[in-house]
Design a protein around this ligand. Structure first.
Ligand SMILES: [Zn+2]
Length: 246
């Protein structure tokens, strides 16, 4: 499996980071945060190959770019349907995007199949039986396990996610701040880098990739990393367009 980071930032874009988005192999997109479509094209991705979007939760920094992907596919005259999987409300949210963007029917000629799921449900994606778990966020957050890969979306430390991610080869975990801010971070449904590393230890994963790096931390990523490294040795911090073989 190949994972490409299309957006390593969180809550808002920064000059060097688009918001949350990952390409799995050549056809599955996990979250579609702002800036990710441009990175997808920079990487050399083909919009006509995408057939699944998996959405963790319906906050803007994880979904705003869906319009760019759908319009990009339309521009290329796509006719093959695409499947969008996410929490309850994903259909209404995306149908609204398409409507309020005045998307002409003659332009967007492909169908979208929506699958609204609850955390804990299993879903078939390509050749994978994808297992899901529950994040601890301010709205419903679905964590996904796709074969050897586990992705949290936005979450405070969550036993459910630890269970979901047991022995994964790669845990992509959000890290929205430093240890000194944990109390606040947890209150708003996020984790520090140190807490992400603790989750990696508890889940006994091989590697941890910290993501959802906020603009305010752009000059403190070495501190974020060192706090996590003290807890879990195989930790790295994501950058846009990082490619990982899992
Ligand atoms: Zn977020």
């Amino acid at each position: 499996m190949k994972v490409v980071v299309l957006g390593s930032g969180g809550s808002a874009e920064s000059a060097n980071r688009a918001c949350s988005s990952y390409l799995i192999n050549s056809n599955i997109i996990l979250d579609a945060g702002p800036g990710s479509y441009r990175n997808f094209l920079r990487y050399g991705g083909n919009p006509l190959k995408i057939n699944y979007f998996l959405i963790t939760h319906l906050h803007g920094d994880h979904i705003f770019e869906i319009g760019a992907f759908l319009w990009g596919m339309s521009y290329l005259a796509r006719v093959e349907p695409v499947t969008i999987i996410g929490p309850k409300g994903v259909r209404e949210s995306f149908e609204s995007f398409i409507k309020y963007a005045n998307t002409p029917k003659t332009f967007m000629r492909f169908d979208i199949e929506y699958q609204e799921i609850e955390p804990g449900e299993k879903v078939n994606v390509d050749n994978f039986e994808v297992i899901t778990g529950k994040g601890r966020h301010t709205i419903t957050d679905i964590a996904y396990r796709i074969g050897p890969l586990c992705y949290t979306g936005d979450t405070a430390p969550s036993e459910d996610i630890v269970e979901l991610c047991k022995k994964a080869s790669l845990l992509i975990h959000e890290a929205s701040g430093l240890t000194e801010n944990e109390e606040y971070l947890n209150k708003v449904g996020h984790s520090s880098g140190r807490q992400a590393a603790l989750e990696a230890v508890h889940a006994n994963v091989k590697r941890l990739l910290l993501v959802h790096i906020p603009p305010a931390l752009s000059t403190q990523t070495s501190k974020l990393k060192s706090e996590a490294l003290k807890v879990f040795k195989e930790t790295s911090i994501a950058k846009d367009l990082l490619e990982i073989e899992v």
